[in-house]
Design a protein around this ligand. Structure first.
Ligand SMILES: Nc1ncnc2c1ncn2[C@@H]1O[C@H](COP(=O)(O)OP(=O)(O)OP(=O)(O)O)[C@@H](O)[C@H]1O
Length: 665
């Protein structure tokens, strides 16, 4: 850590250690306390702000370290607030725990970046900039609004800032969100909004880290508010131990929840939670006194163990002849061995998994790649799937797993981009009891060992931090896992499937992805085509519509509607198609789907990107380095960041990274 950061760290921990005392301070007292600190730092009202701006390279590293925080804010949180804030000439700022600005969104009226200083890499600490929303929120660990004249330095009195700190699942302060404007916004509203946004980021971080393998409970006093960000959230392991919680849960229940069992909080046993339907809220008593409504959110990947009577004695397998009949239509080439015939039979596919045979409807390329991957599932060869976002990579992997001989064991899907960078290592490899501060006392087995004898799906593997790549390489070479803080080795037998929407070879060339790991994970390389390039597009659209009709009954699509859907470029691929159909069918409410039922963004895409130009851009994506590709696509799409991100197969944040950083501050 650079030396100059230490006093701030110290101040911060002292102030946090003061803890509850500062919670009761009135706003005025908080500002006075901050002004007193500024005096102690030797600041004067007329001083120029000292932003201790980071050199470009260090900012780059900082952005890399905070990628998941940035992406969670950018993709999961801002879209909900953009509409509300878009007309208000304000700036939304995300800063790290030292107060360095990581990114900004919005258009303030208060001049250029060099005038107001809210710019990437600038540090808004109290020591350098005096009382200000970001720096003061970091020191007190609480949300605060700093009015124009409450800024210690006159130079900052042109604006009002509202900031709220963000804590991670270990309750460490990881950053701060701020809305700054030049005082024409209704300020109570802005303050409420920034608090809500930081809660929302925190909740998303919890979901990203735990939703794959844990039960999550959200609770509130009102049944209609169960999905609100103000709800308490508890994360439970299989035994009902509380392994994480949001701040709201601790405040509402007024106790330290770490590692308590759920039955010590609510009048319910873990056994009952496991069998409770997700859509039905429970009415429970907390701590024997307070009544709450509770929603059970089961893990995304549940262990699917269904009884299979054939495992008992006395079962006579069918003759190969019979078996062939079942499979004939879809997998004629696959039936070289008896084992493969049984594996590809869809009898064991859970209802939420699409059978392999239904993943394609006459596209020869897709048909071939499904057959190849299905065969390779039974060999000790890893599979790497490349495809644009939403093309159906994960759906494909689920289907492969449930058609393989590993289907009785777990499919563990890990989204490497969604887990905060600092947690990837411990989540994957597990850790020993007490291995690091903040670790659960009991230790954790880790996701790789969870996938033992099953399938490990590493989604967005291109986002994996370098240090984790080296450890993963060792696991793949030696087939053993050593948890953090341990000297034990545990053998693992996993089928590895990785997926990416980046051009991994370019990442290797540019030094962002280890070459040796690339060769380890890419035994069979599969290119899953985007929807617009599929020859079975029309049949696929009709199939998806029919599948969705099981939940939301709807008459078959008319020819006119099919023709319209076929014309669309579908930059968001199957995901966008599914979303469009769902919205349209809900609007049609049981009637035939018509043009006016479809959402507005469907028509935006239809008008904005002629399919030909999209294809030209995307073809070269695989080989062109991002620093050239992104500016090129950006100008092709006339500055449209969303379209550029989709075409390059990267997040909006990556687009900003390769454009903004190149423009002088
Ligand atoms: N073959 C399919 N049939 C029906 N629906 C599909 C199919 N493939 C994908 N979908 C729909 O598209 C959504 C996105 O698919 P999926 O998550 O597999 O995409 P992905 O390629 O893994 O995306 P990302 O790269 O963003 O993770 C699914 O939730 C599902 O609704």
């Amino acid at each position: 850590m650079p030396e100059e950061e230490q006093p701030l760290e110290k101040m911060q921990s002292n102030a946090l250690a003061e803890g509850v005392r500062s919670i009761d301070k009135t706003h005025k007292e908080q500002i006075q306390a901050s002004w007193y600190r500024c005096e102690q730092f030797g600041l004067e009202h007329g001083s120029r702000p000292d932003f201790a701006s980071l050199p470009r390279g260090e900012l780059h590293d900082l952005l890399d370290q905070h990628r998941s925080l940035l992406e969670t804010t950018e993709n999961e949180v801002l879209p909900y607030y953009e509409n509300i804030l878009s007309n208000s000439a304000c700036m939304i700022v995300l800063a790290d725990r030292q107060g360095h600005v990581l990114n900004t969104w919005g258009q303030p009226r208060f001049g250029t970046a060099s005038e107001h200083g809210l710019v990437g890499g600038n540090q808004w600490s109290e020591i350098g900039v005096g009382t200000n929303a970001i720096g003061t929120a970091l020191i007190t660990g609480q949300a605060i609004q700093v009015g124009r004249d409450e800024h210690y330095l006159r130079a900052n009195r042109f604006m009002v800032g509202s900031a709220s700190p963000i804590y991670n699942t270990q309750n460490d302060l990881v950053g701060v969100l701020d809305i700054s404007s030049d005082a024409y916004l209704p300020q109570d509203h802005t303050f409420g909004m920034v608090k809500l946004m930081s809660l929302s980021v925190e909740n998303r971080l919890i979901f990203s880290a735990f939703q794959q393998a844990h039960f999550i409970l959200s609770f509130n006093t009102n049944v209609t508010s169960l999905d609100s960000h103000w709800s308490g959230i508890l994360v439970l392991d299989e035994n009902g131990t509380i392994v994480s919680a949001n701040r709201r849960a601790e405040v509402v229940l007024a106790r330290d929840l770490a590692l308590l069992n759920i039955r010590q909080i609510f009048d319910i046993e873990m056994r009952e939670i496991k069998h409770h339907p997700a859509s039905l809220p429970l009415k429970l008593l907390a701590l024997g006194r307070y009544q709450f409504y509770v929603k059970v959110i089961p893990p995304v990947q549940q262990i699917m163990r269904v009884p299979d009577f054939r495992q008992g004695s006395g079962y006579v397998p069918p003759t190969p002849e019979n078996n062939k009949n079942t499979m004939k239509n879809n997998f004629e080439d696959l039936s070289d061995t008896k084992q493969e015939e049984v594996d590809s039979a869809p009898h064991n596919v859970p209802p939420n998994v699409i059978p392999l045979a239904e993943l394609q409807h006459g596209d020869p390329h897709v048909e071939r790649l499904i057959k190849q991957a299905h065969k390779i599932m039974e060999k000790d060869i890893p599979i790497l799937i490349h495809g644009e976002t939403g093309a159906g990579k994960e759906i494909f992997v689920r289907s492969l797993h449930y058609h393989s001989s590993r289907r009785q064991e777990m499919l563990v899907a890990v989204n490497c981009a969604a887990i905060p960078a600092e947690l990837v290592e411990s989540e994957l490899f597990g850790y020993e009891k007490g291995a690091f501060t903040g670790a659960q006392n009991k230790g954790s087995i880790g996701l790789i060992r969870r996938a033992h004898r099953g399938t490990l799906f590493l989604d967005e593997i291109g986002e994996m931090p370098m240090a984790v790549q080296s450890r993963l390489l060792r696991v793949l070479q030696e087939r053993v896992v050593t948890p953090l803080g341990s000297t034990e080795v545990y053998p693992v037998d996993i089928k590895l499937i990785s997926a990416t929407n980046r051009a991994l070879k370019t990442e290797v060339k540019d030094g962002r992805f280890r070459q040796d790991l690339y060769y380890r994970i890419s035994g069979l390389n599969i290119e899953l085509p985007p929807l617009r390039k599929r020859h079975d597009k029309v049949k696929l659209i009709a199939y998806l519509h029919a599948r969705l009709s099981q939940e939301e009954p709807s008459p078959p699509l008319s020819d006119t509607m099919l023709a319209l859907l076929e014309k669309h470029p579908w930059p968001g691929n199957m995901r966008q198609l599914a979303h469009t159909l769902k919205v349209g069918m809900a609007m049609a409410d049981g009637d035939e789907l018509e043009e006016w039922h479809l959402p507005d963004d469907f028509f935006d895409d239809l008008m904005m990107s002629p399919p030909e130009s999209t294809e030209v851009s995307v073809d070269s994506v695989a080989t062109e380095p991002l620093e050239q590709l992104i500016p090129r696509l950006l100008s092709e799409y006339k500055g449209n960041v969303s379209q550029t991100a989709k075409a390059a197969g990267v997040s909006r944040n990556t687009v900003y990274k390769y454009t903004k950083l190149k423009t002088p501050n």
